[in-house]
Design a protein around this ligand. Structure first.
Ligand code: CP
Ligand code: NVA
Length: 319
């Protein structure tokens, strides 16, 4: 699961969104502004069809509830449409991946891709005329991380001086959170057993992109949450790691986010989870359903944030 991308950030004429670092800080804040406006409109019952006739393909090699349905709904609200493409289209099997990308990119305006290897999404983007959005790879999950920081901004009013503590596996979600926190000047602490921490080479790349990034790793969850404004966790066993489930359960046993851990955090701290959750493993029911949890607001915000992202990306198109 350590298939690092060949580049951190793509350049060129297409504004693909494969990694948080494909957007500048100001661009992320523009996406947040659009998302907030679109959320306010949606909440008051308005569906402004800004992108009539635009088509999104969702090319998914892994399961999804949130990513798939939030993008499909976002496209419907914007006046466009979305096509879900499963294994029957033959990506990676029936023809050369470059040919596949070239053809698919000539039919649609946007491709959201969820798969295993990050390199496969990079290759798709390299050959696609349509804008490619990363809907999760083993390497990262940038739409999730933007949503997470948007949710914190919505809750606290501002991200200035905030501190996010991530308790759990140094996985795709953790890497994108580290990048998003670095871009937006949020302090980021990860607590994980040493062999499951975020790879140091990745953190070096984050430091090169954002020299003022405040990122720390520890194996002590109590220390990590002591001054945190938000406590975040994700599953201990990600999609594709099912064979490691028992070993991971044992390794992460002391890293559950439960009432005791939350009591060691400041009283204003909120709880975040990208979902789906494995209740009783990385988080207890009492925390996930408790008063500090923003997890379901966060899940709803996937749709609003991604609608803002799609709106922004379509405005960047060079045709
Ligand atoms: N958080 C998230 O990406 O959820 P799905 O796997 O359901 O898309
Ligand atoms: N780390 C998890 C995130 C799911 C949204 C996975 O990759 O399965």
């Amino acid at each position: 699961m350590n298939n690092a991308p060949s580049t951190m950030s793509l350049s060129g004429t297409s504004r693909h969104f494969l990694s948080v670092f494909d957007l500048t800080r100001d661009e992320i804040l523009s996406v947040f502004d659009r998302a907030a406006q679109l959320k306010a409109a949606w909440t008051s019952g308005l569906r402004e069809p800004r992108h009539v006739g635009r088509v999104m393909a969702l090319l998914f090699a892994k399961p999804s509830l949130r990513t798939r349905v939030s993008f499909e709904s976002a496209m419907a609200h914007l006046g466009g449409s979305a096509l879900y493409l499963g294994p029957d289209v033959g990506w990676g099997g029936r023809e050369a991946p470059g040919d596949f990308a070239r053809v698919l990119g000539s039919y649609v305006d946007l491709i959201v891709c969820r798969t295993y290897s990050h390199g496969d999404v990079e290759e798709l983007a390299a050959h696609s005329r349509a804008t490619v959005i990363n809907g999760l790879t083993d390497w990262n999950h940038p739409c999730q991380a933007l949503t997470d920081l948007f949710t914190l901004q919505e809750h606290f009013g501002s991200l200035a001086g905030r501190h996010l503590a991530y308790i759990g596996d140094g996985n795709n979600v953790a890497r994108s959170l580290a990048a998003a926190c670095a871009r937006l000047d949020v302090r980021f602490t990860i607590a994980a057993p040493s062999r499951y921490q975020v790879d140091p080479a990745f953190l070096e790349q984050v430091g090169e992109e954002e020299p003022s990034a405040q990122i720390e790793q520890t194996d002590d969850p109590l220390a990590a949450v002591a001054a945190a404004d938000a406590i975040y966790t994700d599953v201990w066993t990600s999609m594709g790691q099912e064979a490691e489930q028992e070993a991971r359960r044992a390794a992460f046993r002391d890293y559950q986010v439960n009432d005791d851990l939350m009591r060691h955090a400041p009283s204003q701290a909120v709880f975040l989870h990208c979902l789906p959750a494995h209740r009783g493993e990385e988080v207890t029911d009492s925390v996930l359903d408790g008063p500090q949890s923003l997890a379901f607001q966060q899940a709803e915000n996937r749709m609003h944030l991604q609608k803002g992202l799609v709106d922004w990306l379509l405005d960047q198109e060079i045709r």
